[in-house]
Design a protein around this ligand. Structure first.
Ligand SMILES: C[S@@+](CC[C@H](N)C(=O)[O-])C[C@H]1O[C@@H](n2cnc3c(N)ncnc32)[C@H](O)[C@@H]1O
Length: 437
């Protein structure tokens, strides 16, 4: 995670009342995958109208109140979590971190019966041990509560009530309360993972980068021909149906004192009811297929739990053979996929290698896929656009297709490009010798 910009420490100004920790606007940092910052800023512009949002490397910062914090947890598809900045100061030594954490009144956040955990991230920190840094922060919280109440809260590394994140830059330390708890890519519907599922936040970033918003004007119909556990189609269907991504899960802030009051619970309930009332039927068809029936079964069950089984048409079949979904002539189509690469996920169907010895033979899945697309997807009057996420920078060359856009994205630690191919007559590129740029 990158550090948010230097800022005034926002220490809860409480005087015994926990609500004072959230009554004013709080400074938040929402981390996201590298490259997604501008998309996240635009998403938040839509969620919290009129709140200034600053995109930084690795996330965005903004100030908002409790309603905004809840709305972001419920509604952001791109943020990894929502962090509340509670203290920030220059530091040189672990003792400075202890002093920093002592500046926060922790009795406004938890009781000694709550549990906590401290995680650390660092960029150019001069400290030798991040574990020791985290320990000093934990000690500060526990010492303060013990001095006030005579009881020390326990550490729980698995499911703590209070999750703290200490970010150490070269000279500045910033302490955050994690309002989300489990990362926001966990929407609460995935039980069946499949072999290499995309994170929901990455699928959402692919859709956002493509400008796909689930309407005839913004992307049109959507089809994932290698859907695996269904992540892209499920994210798309939730967008098309107006289903907030956080509706199926709980958040860490709900257990913290400032948000556990009757008023705050009622506020959260109201936001959830409003979110439920915005759910509607999809305006565009969404379909997904996979050659593996086991994967399709996973995808169907995930879609059921995500509340979008009615919005996705699932089929079995080889991506090299399945005809294009038939659409009304005026409705454009979007193909979106992260295809198998033959490493973790084997290519199956017509292009499958019959035996392990054949695995070194260059695979012809991608040229064949392009040939199939040119045949099956270029006749539609409103056109299809394909978006393919791949770590292979030479993919357009291998497919002999012109990429009209390459968006850098990270699939975990793997650098990828989201390639855009316009599938219209003449989309074939001229074969060329030499490496693809
Ligand atoms: C990288 S995974 C996709 C993961 C998916 N996006 C998810 O989030 O779960 C690639 C998928 O392609 C499927 N696949 C492999 N060969 C195929 C083929 N010829 N036609 C269609 N699907 C294929 C695999 O079964 C696998 O589910």
């Amino acid at each position: 995670m990158s550090a948010p910009g230097r800022s005034q420490a926002l220490i809860p100004q409480h005087a015994g009342s926990p609500v004072s920790a959230v009554s004013a606007a709080q400074r938040l940092f929402l981390p996201c995958a590298a490259g997604v910052e501008a998309l996240l800023r635009d998403e938040i512009d839509g969620l919290l109208k009129g709140v200034p949002v600053e995109a930084q490397r690795g996330g965005v910062t903004l100030s908002t109140d409790a309603t905004g914090l809840m709305a972001l947890n419920l509604g952001s598809r791109l943020a990894q979590r929502v962090l509340i900045e509670v203290a920030s100061a220059e530091y040189r030594h672990e003792d400075d971190l202890y002093a920093l954490a002592r500046r926060v009144d922790w009795s406004a956040w938890i009781t000694p019966r709550h549990t906590l955990r401290v995680d650390t991230t660092a960029q150019r920190s001069p400290l030798r041990s991040l574990n020791f840094a985290a320990l000093r922060v934990k000690d500060a919280v526990c010492d303060q509560l013990r001095e006030q109440s005579g009881v020390r809260p326990d550490v729980d590394t698995r499911a703590p009530d209070l999750q703290l994140l200490l970010h150490l830059a070269a000279t500045r330390a910033t302490l955050y309360v994690d309002a989300s708890g489990e990362s926001l890519f966990k929407r609460g519907w995935r039980e069946d993972k499949g072999d290499a599922p995309l994170k929901e936040t990455l699928a959402a970033a692919m859709l956002a980068a493509a400008g796909w918003r689930g309407t005839p004007e913004a992307g049109g119909a959507l089809h994932d021909p290698c859907c695996g556990s269904g992540t892209i189609a499920i994210e798309a269907a939730q967008i098309a149906c107006g289903i907030a991504p956080g509706l199926k899960r709980r958040f860490a802030f709900e257990r913290l004192l400032p948000y556990a009051t009757p008023d705050m619970r009622a506020l959260m309930q109201r936001l959830k009811s409003q979110a439920h009332s915005r759910v509607h039927a999809p305006a565009v068809p969404i379909s997904a297929s996979d050659v593996s029936f086991r994967m399709l079964d996973f995808a169907r069950r995930n879609a059921q739990r995500a509340g979008v089984a009615h919005a996705i048409d699932f089929h079995g079949g080889d991506a090299l053979e399945r005809p294009a979904p038939s659409l009304p002539g005026e409705l454009p189509g979007t193909l979106m996929l992260n295809p198998p690469y033959g490493e973790r996920i084997q290519i199956a169907g017509k292009a499958a290698r019959p035996s392990a010895e054949d695995r070194d033979t260059p695979n012809d899945f991608f040229p064949r896929l392009a040939t199939h697309w040119k045949r099956a997807y270029t006749q539609h009057p409103a056109g299809w656009t394909a978006w393919v996420l791949s770590p292979d920078m030479k993919l357009p060359g291998a497919m002999r297709l012109k990429a009209s856009l390459r968006v850098p994205m990270w699939n975990g630690p793997i650098e990828c490009r989201l390639f855009r191919f316009e599938l219209v007559a003449g989309s074939a590129r001229t074969p060329r010798v030499g490496p693809e740029a």
